[in-house]
Design a protein around this ligand. Structure first.
Ligand code: SF4
Length: 196
């Protein structure tokens, strides 16, 4: 994440005089904790939990409950859980099950989630200024790829995406520390369980 890139979280944090309204796609509670810890003073944040890739349903519920606990620790942060169906992800990822994590299935998975976030923002353009994602806090995920997918989704829907690399500044370590402090569930796999 480049501080001089006007389309980055870092730039907006260092330059905005008022709190911009951020629609933050979130993958889970632990990652959200690390990200909110860093950005909460700078943004009016609404979390957007859209992750049809999280299988099975019981796991989806566990992660959502952990996220709700995290949100309750940050004053003013709102949570949106749009309708979603795992079938959509499973059918679009059909034929990619055997691919290793980090390959084409994951690029599709990022696109499904960030495109939905961009679409929601385009339908509520008077309520939010930008969108971003917590996905870049993970040391297992390729932040430049995620940012490129996010920027492409933003261009398709005519909205603004803020690039990030939330693992910097000990973001991942902070997510682990806060998860323990909040006593929340921390998952042991990415989401779909394919290719592992
Ligand atoms: S491994 Fe994670 S990022 Fe990749 S497709 Fe599965 S849930 Fe999505």
């Amino acid at each position: 994440m480049d501080r001089t890139d006007v389309n980055s979280v870092e730039y907006v944090m260092s330059s905005a005089s008022e709190k911009p309204r951020l629609l933050l796609h979130a993958c889970c509670g632990p990652c959200s904790a690390g990200v909110l810890d860093r950005i909460h003073p700078y943004f009016d944040t609404t979390i957007f939990f859209y992750n049809p890739n999280i299988l099975p349903k019981e796991e989806f519920i566990l992660r959502l409950e952990a996220l709700k606990t995290v949100v309750s620790h940050f004053d003013g942060v709102k949570l949106i859980v749009p309708e979603q169906s795992a079938e959509e992800f499973v059918s679009r990822a059909a034929g990619m099950r055997a691919l290793p994590e980090g390959g084409a299935r994951c690029t599709l998975c990022f696109d499904i989630r960030l495109s939905k976030t961009a679409e929601y923002l385009s339908e509520h353009a008077d309520e939010y200024d930008f969108f971003a994602t917590t996905l870049t806090v993970s040391p297992h995920k390729n932040a430049p790829l995620i940012n490129s997918v996010g920027a492409e989704a933003a261009a398709r829907f005519g909205v603004r995406y803020l690039a990030s690399d939330f693992k910097k500044h000990d973001g991942y370590l902070r997510s682990v520390q806060l998860s323990k402090q909040f006593g929340i569930y921390r998952q042991r796999y990415c989401g779909c369980g394919f290719g592992s």
